[in-house]
Design a protein around this ligand. Sequence first.
Ligand SMILES: *[C@@H]1O[C@H](CO)[C@@H](O)[C@H](O)[C@H]1NC(C)=O
Ligand SMILES: *[C@@H]1O[C@H](CO)[C@@H](O)[C@H](O)[C@H]1NC(C)=O
Ligand SMILES: *[C@@H]1O[C@H](CO)[C@@H](O)[C@H](O)[C@H]1NC(C)=O
Ligand SMILES: *[C@@H]1O[C@H](CO)[C@@H](O)[C@H](O)[C@H]1NC(C)=O
Length: 502
Amino acid sequence: MPSYSSIALGLAAALATPASAFWRMSCPGRIITERADPVVSPGVVSGHVHTISGGNGFGFTMDYAQARASQCSSCPIKEDLSNYWTPKLYYHAQNGSFIDVPQAGDGAGVYGGMTVYYQQRPGPDNDKLHAYPENFRMVAGNPFKRNFTGDFAAQAVSFACLDYNGPAKAETHGFPNYNCPNGLRAQIYFPSCWNGKDLGDTGDHASHMSYPKDTHYDNGRCPDTHPKHMISIFYEVIYQTNLFANEWYGSSQPFVFAMGDSTGYGFHGDFVNGWDIKTLQAATDDCTANSGSTTDCSHFSFFTDKECQSCIVPPSIDERVTGVLDALPGCNPVTNGPEMAVPVAAANCAVKSTIGQAANYYTDMTTSKGWAYLGCGTDNIASRTFSAKSENNRNMTVANCIDYCSAAGYSHAGMEYSSECYCSNTLATNRAPVAGILGNCFMKCSGDSTEYCGGGSTLSMYRKCSGGSCTNAQYGVVGNSTTSSSKRHLDSHRHHHAAHPS
Ligand SMILES: *[C@@H]1O[C@H](CO)[C@@H](O)[C@H](O)[C@H]1NC(C)=O
Ligand SMILES: *[C@@H]1O[C@H](CO)[C@@H](O)[C@H](O)[C@H]1NC(C)=O
Ligand SMILES: *[C@@H]1O[C@H](CO)[C@@H](O)[C@H](O)[C@H]1NC(C)=O
Ligand SMILES: *[C@@H]1O[C@H](CO)[C@@H](O)[C@H](O)[C@H]1NC(C)=O
């Protein structure tokens, strides 16, 4: 018969959160790659390029309400409309050019996301863990660091050199100086102790948070200055550096982060809370399965991979950030440390980039043909959305498809996969563009590479105007738009939204 004290111990152990509890959220898409950072540089062009995941409420300035107003997210948990971002990585060629390094899953420009881990790490006293409050934001890491300082903040940045067939290599805190056969995984662990009052919207956006005072950067006791123990977050981004395996030269590794960091010590992550707070608290309390699987958490519902991948925010800065570049956007010089890098003053950058109007991905046919863009809808090869008449030819353009459908007496025309054209008089609601969602209609028309003709199982949809105003949809919303209907020149975004196979 067990003694009273051993029963009590057993109970305490059963109530304690297991140290391994977590859920792992894999984001199969991203919303934008741009010089945007509403935490550090609200309202202005950021100093360097970020790859941003999460809700499409994202903007150059944003608050909790805006995040919560997202209609979709590139991350799957519907109750989480937060934004997560990290710097873009570039290959620095011997001739001085910079070429963007795709992120894993990034077959062709639109895809490629990140993974966010939520971990219950209560420390040795098994602290109660809290959800992030409304309007909370934070930054981990420091873009200007160029050496390893050994403290918890420095330990929280690491790189795993992926080699699925070879022996595992030790993780490093800077870029490894050898090729990684399956890519380079950058990792950053956020501080988990909050001062309980500041939201991170002012100051350095970091000192309202602290790493634990002892034990370990990812699991310890919170300092008295930052007593409130929060759920922990941890980002992983896989950069496909292996695609450049045969392009190394000289004696050092050839990759630099967007802020000009050739050391890796400047890797950083930003977070803006967009969670339904009650759900995050419930999941923090209850979702402690050590499977890490989000589907084991009964508090979550999910967007499909396809929904995540069509959740995209159009760029508003007319500047190329992918493909082969002459210089890093923002004029960031490459710095090797060990001393800290100095931010580039805007006055010292000849390239003046401004926040402009969001890019459109349609051709304005309202005046020339009396047809308006409806948005990016979906198709299904087994049961076509527009099934009345179709055509597939190499000279496909928006005008050719509209003419083809119009001549046959149809009111709806849809272009798909560059060269296909479908006509109909009806549009089923479940295939229609979704209000507020840009969608994945980024394939160039086979007959005109300045125009967009749908995607894999997605249709660029146009409809004949009848009565009332003839207005193109913005973000797939049909109605009065505040932006000009003239089509902005989109060549600069060619690499950003490259075509992908269906
Ligand atoms: C520099 O070299 C890269 C390949 O390493 C190439 O793609 C790029 O076009 C070159 N840039 C210039 C300006 O020639
Ligand atoms: C290393 O970086 C820290 C800041 O992160 C800086 O204070 C220190 O001076 C740097 N060390 C050297 C040798 O430059
Ligand atoms: C497009 O190509 C088809 C053949 O594939 C041809 O019949 C048609 O006339 C062409 N249309 C235009 C507008 O050039
Ligand atoms: C569009 O604007 C017109 C005139 O400003 C207005 O009468 C109409 O109600 C608006 N339609 C929508 C859908 O907002």
